[in-house]
Design a protein around this ligand. Structure first.
Ligand code: NAI
Length: 300
């Protein structure tokens, strides 16, 4: 029988259990988004210290959602209860989907995907939240490259609507369709993107962040730049956005991307200088701005 337009396609599997690898800024947010949609989530991180940091991040995130009226405290409690924590990949033996949000280092991601491939059931989709790494090289670390896709969320993952669904050379149409359907169920907007350098959203944003860095080198203040960008309608200026994402994360992404940038897209060395000075953004209490517990401090 002909399928009605918009009717659910029974051939696309429904995700009911997921693993999130790395419970940092992005992993914690992604885990919460999945749990809010009724999915049972296990966060895997390297040790108990990393897991307790992830637990705290999740607790803060739900407290924020309740205080801003996004979730009732009952719904927040129910969602939080769906999130479990583990240091052992064996906890992922019955997942339908894994989303990897570990540091932006190819060797590390390949090792994680090999470990996921060894424990996850054959039907499971293995997705990466990478910002810049080659999906095909990550997929090649598994025996199921057809099940490997990119699901690129934006920070803060529980707020930002966009998710790039990234198509590797081997990604199976069914895996991509499952990814798109999941994104829709999460209440987000999925955009199907090829495995291009920098994908699509960051390629667009880099002109704001890049020019902001050049302007600061030339003496503009972060506030001046962000005020202008916000007056133009961006919800957050490019300098504050960098601090939120983490300058260490930006530096890793730039290291990957610098290899393929044409000369006219020259990068300012500012980010690397900030990282050398230990100013990583909100996470270290100072980046371009200064923070106390994630709250921006007024300029001295
Ligand atoms: P983060 O540094 O906040 O978190 C990384 C987490 O991975 C930490 O909890 C760390 O303990 C854990 N980890 C380290 N080694 C691990 C291993 N071997 N196995 C499992 N977990 C491990 O980093 P963040 O910002 O969450 O970034 C993670 C990924 O998401 C990167 O690939 C990044 O490019 C991407 N991304 C970051 C965005 C941002 O705004 N920060 C936006 C979109 C994507």
């Amino acid at each position: 029988a002909a399928k009605l337009p918009g009717a659910p396609d029974p051939s696309i599997p429904v995700i009911s259990r997921a693993g999130v690898i790395g419970g940092g800024l992005m992993g914690a947010g992604i885990a919460a988004v999945l749990a809010n949609a009724g999915i049972a989530v296990t966060i895997v991180d390297i040790d108990d210290a990393a897991l307790s940091a992830a637990r705290e991040r999740i607790a803060r995130l739900y407290a924020g959602s309740v205080s801003r009226g996004i979730l009732s405290s009952d719904d927040a409690g129910a969602a939080r209860a769906r999130i479990g924590f583990a240091t052992d990949y064996a906890a992922l033996a019955d997942i339908d989907l894994a989303i990897e949000a570990a540091p932006e280092i190819m060797d590390l991601k390949r090792r994680i995907f090999a470990a996921l491939d060894a424990v996850a059931p054959p039907h499971a989709i293995l997705a990466t939240n990478t910002s810049s790494l080659d999906i095909d090289a990550i997929a090649a670390a598994t025996s199921r490259p057809g099940q490997v896709i990119g699901l690129h969320f934006f920070s803060p993952a529980n707020i930002m609507k966009l998710v790039e669904v990234i198509r590797g050379r081997a990604s199976a149409p069914q895996a991509l369709a499952t990814g798109m359907k999941l994104v829709q169920r999460l209440g987000k907007v999925g955009v199907s993107v090829g495995n291009y350098d920098g994908f699509l959203a960051n390629r667009t944003l880099q002109f704001y962040t890049g020019q902001a860095e050049f302007l600061m080198e030339q003496g503009a203040s972060p506030e001046q730049i962000d005020r202008v960008a916000e007056a133009f309608g961006m919800p957050m200026g490019p300098v504050a956005m960098r601090d939120m994402a983490g300058l260490d994360v930006a530096a890793l992404v730039r290291k990957v991307r610098a290899l393929s940038l044409p000369p006219e897209e020259r990068l300012s060395p500012l980010i690397e200088k900030m990282v050398e000075a230990g100013r990583l953004g909100q996470k270290s209490g100072a980046g371009f701005y200064r923070y106390d517990n994630g709250k921006r401090l007024p300029d001295p």
